[in-house]
Ligand binder design. Structure first.
Ligand code: ATP
Ligand code: ZN
Ligand code: ZN
Length: 807
């Protein structure tokens, strides 16, 4: 037997698997999706690799090397994942090894100690070999050198049946947690009989026996029994001696904690609009469903989440599984609670704030089929769910769905792939869909569904734009207008709550005129120019255009053209000055760094322990608190100045999202947006909550400037320690690519990266705008595979498809 293996050798990256021979002792064990150790290269260094295929024959010339060792006893990636990894690697010019690794939890990637855990103690009675192996323990280290092929083969078999598990431990980080457990071993009738015979004073024993009568004959954590029956350890000890129960150890998952208990909730009766959406979705949530994508465009507070929950319940009832992705920052306890209160233990949460151990536990619960609902951020799209019926992407427009490092996949694309594999339904939900998705709906690739009203038909809050150019002239400072301070005072007097957002995106990276609002833009691209203090210049991150930082405003001649500044701490201090009685809760990267801090703060705000929630973009999404009646945006413009053709879209989305936090329950809300660009269309459309208007307007601009969704973008970056070498290679690549570009394809650059050096390497960039991809992609693929040659020259080449940031 022979195996095809993708090896993990950073300096020899290639997407071609290597063929290795499988020695006899591993023939019964090795399967696709397992990791193995193989010799590689001249010195036959031992490296890890993934088995991606098996074959009976080999007709090549060379003598094949043999697999040295197996890392896994059961596959850690199934057939779907292997196929998906191929696709993700191909579509994103990524290396397969990095994709395969991205699919696994951290602990399985690092150096580890392996253990075998006995999950079904009954095995010991039937298999003498296993009895010797485990002796008197439930979990033993697995050191491959000391395990005979027979035992390995047996473990392999039991692992497939779920009777033993192979666990990975990194130091102590991801140790399996074992707890004492009890198993009822007598019949209900027998327990009843014993109970009848007890002395009347044996109250505790009676309680225990009553509990055992109705308990299922599985292992139950001892603590659970004690909590339920209020018996003590002595009672349990006695019960064991009496032969009523068996004691042992079971694995306890480190379930991510919530600060307070969850109460079960029932589905809410749907509003007319929700019901219409749900009915339409239900037509495809059937056993013989086909893969189908819906775009749910629903205003803030329209009850999208309730529709998701009910759709999830539908597929679960069919025995299928459901996956719900939300942006990292909206994966709040409030959100998790909403899902867990419906589906309880069936929910696994995958979140970057989890410890490696917690994440690994959740991953295994999913893999074993114990968790059938997954809620998570971007990387949860690789959750090892089987038989998926429904995939939801909430806030589908969110930029965090694109991974900004290798492999640079977009979770939306992966979602569509997996849905087509499982013939599942996809729901992309947002109050402000991405232009790409909305355009797909326009063309009929997605089915468009709308929720135009809030749940209790509360109106969307009125939004007023405060022109800061005027405001400053009349004596306010450039952080607080009189209008906003007055509105905050009103809320304090009424005991209502306010949310204040300081927009930090693109902060201090650009200059703007305080008198006329003018921000310098690129002559080629119409994008805001980014400030570079070192060179005292403004640079276009897209095409490389440069100009000196102007001393006076080119638009109105004012000298008050300067960078943006001031952080949340400054704002907090000023709030204290203006509104001494207000209780302010500041939420930013500093105050939320500690694990669980965000949860605590949101809970405190929910309990009215603060009047004002001050924060960065992280407060714009998802919050659902009934007493927020005022939302203030201190500076709407910073996102407008992002060096990104999506700047207007991002601004519109952010303002719409944050406005949506006000007036969600019975009290009417109000939004105040401070800006230097009150005429900008992104603000105008956000003011009237007019997504469709914005969409039409922005599409016309994208068409004119040849941006997505009309054109796609690919960014190539060349990095080298020497600037001349970096430039030389970039020009070489550009020349090499030219013959592959058709007439509609535009190549910008090479130009020096706007951040001249990254990690001490000089960056040169090429940006390609294209409509037809076939020929171009072939060329890029070839280029990537040539990466090895580049590696030897110490050149790094990065290929980023549809980049979110131009740096
Ligand atoms: N059918 C219903 N009946 C009563 N209340 C509902 C119903 N559907 C949703 N709600 C409540 O209305 C509020 C808003 O709903 P939800 O958070 O699902 O909206 P959303 O569209 O996801 O909002 P956003 O996009 O602004 O986060 C929630 O408090 C939710 O519990
Ligand atoms: Zn000006
Ligand atoms: Zn430009």
């Amino acid at each position: 037997m022979f195996a095809q293996i993708i090896v993990d050798v950073p300096t020899m990256q290639t997407n071609q698997p290597y063929t290795y021979a499988i020695p006899d002792k591993f023939v019964a064990v090795v399967e696709a999706g397992m990791r193995v150790v193989v010799p590689f290269g001249k010195g036959s260094r031992q490296v890890q690799g993934f088995v991606v295929g098996l074959q009976d024959d080999y007709h090549g010339e060379v003598d094949l090397k043999e697999i040295t060792d197996v890392v896994d006893v059961a596959p850690v990636l199934n057939a779907e994942m292997l196929e998906l990894a191929d696709w993700v690697a191909r579509e994103n010019f990524a290396f397969k090894i990095s994709v395969l690794q991205a699919m696994l939890p951290n602990v399985m990637r690092a150096k580890y100690v392996k253990t075998v855990q006995l999950r079904d103690p009954a095995l010991l009675e039937t298999d003498a070999m296993l009895r010797d192996f485990f002796t008197d323990r439930f979990e033993v280290p697995l050191d491959d050198n000391h395990v005979t092929p027979e035992v390995l083969t047996a473990l392999h078999k039991y692992a497939r049946l779920g009777q033993v598990a192979i666990n990975y431990q990194v130091g102590n980080r991801a140790k399996i947690k074992l707890v004492t457990a009890v198993k009822p071993i007598l019949s209900a009738e027998k327990y009843d009989e014993i109970r009848q015979g007890l002395r009347p004073t044996a109250k505790k024993q009676a309680r225990l026996l009553t509990y055992l009568m109705t308990a299922s004959p599985n292992w139950i954590a001892q603590k659970e029994i004690i909590d339920a029956t209020a018996v003590d350890y002595t009672t349990l000890k006695k019960a064991e001696t009496n032969g009523w129960i068996q004691k042992g150890e079971i694995e306890q998952y480190r379930l991510p904690k919530l600060t307070s208990a969850i109460t079960a909730t029932e589905p809410l009766p749907l509003t007319e609009q929700q019901a219409h959406v749900f009915t339409t979705l239900s037509e495809n949530l059937t056993d013989d469903a086909k893969s189908q994508t819906y775009l749910l465009e629903g205003v803030t507070g329209s009850g999208k989440t309730e529709v998701y929950l009910q759709a999830m319940a539908t597929v679960l009832a069919q025995g299928k599984t459901a996956l719900m992705l939300v942006p990292e920052i909206t994966l709040t306890p409030q959100m998790v609670r909403r899902v867990k209160s419906r589906f309880g233990e069936a929910v696994a949460v995958l979140h970057s704030a989890l410890s490696d151990g917690e994440r690994y536990d959740e991953w295994r619960r999913i893999e074993r089929g114990e968790a059938r609902v997954v809620v998570g951020a971007r990387s949860a799209i690789f959750a090892p769910l089987q038989d998926i019926g429904l995939i939801i992407l909430d806030e589908e427009h969110d930029a965090s769905y694109k991974q900004e490092e290798n492999p640079r996949y977009h979770a939306r694309d992966v979602a569509l792939w997996r849905a087509s594999y499982h013939r599942a339904t996809v729901v992309l939900g947002s109050a402000t869909p991405s232009l790409e998705s909305r355009a797909h709906a326009q063309q009929g690739q997605y089915t468009l569904l709308r929720l135009t009203q809030r749940v209790q038909t509360q109106p969307l809050p009125p939004v007023s734009l405060v022109d800061m150019r005027e405001s400053i002239k009349s004596g306010s400072d450039d952080l607080f207008s009189n209008e906003l301070l007055e509105a905050l005072r009103q809320r304090l007097a009424r005991g209502e709550q306010s949310v204040l957002m300081l927009n930090r995106r693109g902060y201090a990276n650009y200059v703007s005129c305080r008198d006329c609002g003018f921000t310098p833009t690129c002559v080629n691209c119409d994008l805001a120019l980014t400030m570079h203090k070192v060179t005292n210049s403004l640079i276009c991150h897209y095409c490389g255009y440069q100009e000196p930082i102007p001393k006076t405003c080119p638009n109105c001649g004012s000298q008050r053209i300067r960078p943006f500044g001031a952080g949340t701490q400054k704002v907090e201090a000023m709030l204290k000055e203006y509104l001494p009685t207000a209780r302010v809760l500041r939420m930013d990267q500093d105050t939320t760094r500690k694990k669980g801090a965000t949860d605590g703060m949101l809970e405190a705000f929910g309990n009215h322990e603060a009047d004002i929630l001050l924060g960065t973009q992280m407060i714009a999404k998802g919050l659902d608190f009934p007493d927020i009646t005022l939302v203030g945006v201190l500076n709407a413009d910073t996102t407008l100045a992002l060096p990104d053709y999506r700047a207007a879209e991002r601004t519109f989305q952010l303002l719409t999202q944050v406005s949506g936090r006000a007036g969600r329950a019975d009290k009417p809300g109000e939004v105040i947006v401070q800006t230097y660009n009150p005429e900008h269309y992104a603000l105008r459309f956000a003011q009237t909550h007019d997504y469709e208007g914005f969409y039409q307007y922005e599409m016309a601009i994208r068409k004119e400037w040849q941006y997505s969704p009309y054109y796609y973008t690919i960014q190539l970056k060349v990095l080298h320690e020497s600037q001349t070498e970096s430039a030389r290679v970039a020009y070489e690549i550009a020349d090499w690519l030219k013959p592959y570009l058709d007439l509609q394809t535009v190549m910008l650059g090479p130009s020096a990266g706007s951040v001249a050096r990254l990690n001490n390497k000089y960056v040169y960039r090429i940006v390609i705008k294209y409509r037809q991809s076939a020929k171009l992609f072939e060329a890029l693929d070839e280029l990537m595979q040539a990466g090895q040659r580049l590696q030897r020259q110490k050149v790094t080449l990065l290929i980023d498809r549809d980049p979110v940031n131009f740096v």
